[in-house]
Ligand binder design. Structure first.
Ligand code: GRF
Length: 198
């Protein structure tokens, strides 16, 4: 049984973080070539000390490092400390789940990471994706999981799922549906990515 460790980064609510822990932590999956795969969420990190996700980590008994970006004078210095923290846990994969930071090459060149984004990339990159997708004239919305690269929300797309728009739906209800989709898609994709290296 191969044990694969994942380390999760988040900034705020942490609902994806919790969904991933509940779906994958200490669970076993069958590997593509027959052998089994066991997943451990070995740790997590948040850049915001007041984030609700930090309490989720405590309740889920997942170690959580708080690395406040306000304590650093440049993105590069922050990313150096971030990479060092991640290395302490030696994960097989780093999973970004609502980590609202622009990452420098110090991170992207040193950490293998994936991210979830609430739109059908390459449409609606950036922090306002969900609202822009909601207000667009498109008939479908969706979510994407992609590899993290130097360019924001532009790494190789690994998986996408569509969500049909519902006429007259409120932004709040649309957001709930997007999040439900994220919570079911992301754990499945993490397993697929971990299986690649079996
Ligand atoms: C999600 O919509 C994710 O796609 C985006 O940030 C949001 C995080 O939500 N990158 P949560 O903190 O997991 O609840």
């Amino acid at each position: 049984m191969a044990v694969k460790k994942i380390f999760i980064l988040f900034s705020g609510n942490g609902s994806n973080f919790e969904a991933i822990v509940r779906a994958l932590h200490k669970r076993e999956f069958s590997g593509k070539s027959g052998g089994g795969l066991s997943v451990e969420v070995c740790g997590s990190l948040c850049n915001n000390p007041n984030a609700y996700g930090v309490s989720r980590a405590e309740n889920l008994a997942i170690p959580c490092e708080v690395l406040n970006h306000r304590d650093f004078s440049s993105r590069e210095d922050y990313d150096k400390a971030l990479v060092a923290k991640i290395r302490e846990y030696s994960p097989n994969l780093c999973v970004l789940a609502g980590f609202m930071r622009i990452l420098t090459p110090i991170f992207t060149k040193n950490v293998q990471a994936i991210n979830i984004h609430p739109s059908l990339l390459p449409l609606f990159k950036g922090a306002n994706a969900l609202k822009e997708s909601y207000h667009s004239s498109m008939k479908v919305a969706g979510v994407s999981v992609h590899r993290v690269s130097e360019e924001l929300d532009a790494g190789e797309i690994i998986a996408q799922e569509c969500l049909p728009k519902i006429e007259g739906e409120s932004l709040e209800d649309f957001e709930k549906r997007i999040h439900r989709l994220e919570h079911s898609l992301y754990p499945r994709v993490i397993i697929e990515v971990l299986q690649e290296s079996l």
